[in-house]
Ligand binder design. Structure first.
Ligand code: DGL
Length: 277
């Protein structure tokens, strides 16, 4: 299955399509909105299938194609896979499906470029969902750039559902985070990649755990900069205008609604969308 190229769709006024399993991608959407305030966004949170972290690659590929198809129907000029798990296992599939109709950005390549450009990194820790860690995508991509960097990866499957439930910056989240970060695997790391788009919401707690002694890297800001670069290169940057944002979910959840308001104030219209038929 391949998407048809849109005719007459060169207008830079079209929205950017962004998706994740839930609220995690909102951290990326929020960063994009800050870096590119003229851009309209269409966000899809696949809350019916959350968490993606323990789903099979085949299921995630299927969800990612269906969502991309929806975003193209919404006339999006770009697709941002704002999820590490989907970026790990479904990026090539989405790119094949889209077939060059619009640019596709994942959340892994910009982070890998960023961490490998810092020559002081010798042992990089990576925490993420089971799916992301099992794919070993960070080690593979980092080693393509620099074979000497040691990469220590640890699956932290409780974190995304915990954050999705609104558990961050409290006693429970601090205990769960510390019990993962205490792992011997992560000993002596000089930087830590938060390889899940939910994790910027616990970045402060992770920084506190490490007493700000190591570099904690999340994807939000780095990916937003990369989105800007791609749009510029493709001459797709929106002109100065009043952007409109649309948020869709595959299932209504209170936490999603609250998080959307948290990031985008009250200017949101949240709609449940059935896209699987
Ligand atoms: N936010 C996602 C990620 O970056 C997915 C978390 C999940 O649904 O398990 O991996």
């Amino acid at each position: 299955m391949t998407a048809k190229k849109k005719s007459g769709g060169s207008s830079a006024n079209r929205p950017i399509g962004i998706f994740d399993s839930g609220i995690g991608g909102l951290t990326v959407a929020n960063a994009i909105q800050k870096v590119l305030p003229n851009e309209s966004l269409v966000y899809f949170g696949d809350t019916a299938h959350l968490p993606y972290g323990d789903k099979s690659p085949d299921s995630i590929k299927y969800y990612a194609i269906r969502i991309s198809q929806f975003l193209l129907k919404e006339n999006c000029k770009m697709i941002v896979i704002a999820c590490n798990t989907a970026s790990s296992v479904a990026y090539e599939t989405v790119k094949d499906f889209v077939g060059g109709a619009v640019p596709v950005v994942n959340v892994i390549d910009p982070v890998v470029d960023y961490v490998t450009s810092n020559k002081n990194h010798h042992k990089i820790g990576v925490i993420g969902t089971k799916g992301t860690i099992k794919s070993d995508i960070y080690a593979k991509k980092i080693h393509l750039k620099d074979k000497k960097i040691e990469v220590a990866s640890l699956a932290t499957p409780l974190l995304a559902p915990m954050i999705e439930e609104g558990f961050f910056d409290n006693k429970i989240s601090r205990t769960v985070i510390a019990s993962y970060l205490d792992s011997r695997k992560l000993a002596k790391i000089d930087s830590l990649i938060l390889a899940c788009t939910h994790y910027p919401l616990i970045k402060k707690e992770v920084e506190e755990y490490y007493k700000k002694e190591i570099d904690i890297v999340d994807s939000a800001g780095v990916v937003a900069d990369s989105v800007k670069e791609v749009l510029k290169k493709e001459k797709l940057l929106a002109p100065k205008n009043k952007p409109t944002h649309h948020f869709y979910v595959s299932d209504f959840t209170k936490s999603f609604e609250e998080s959307t308001k948290f990031f985008f104030k009250n200017k949101i219209s949240l709609e449940k969308k059935e896209i699987w038929l």
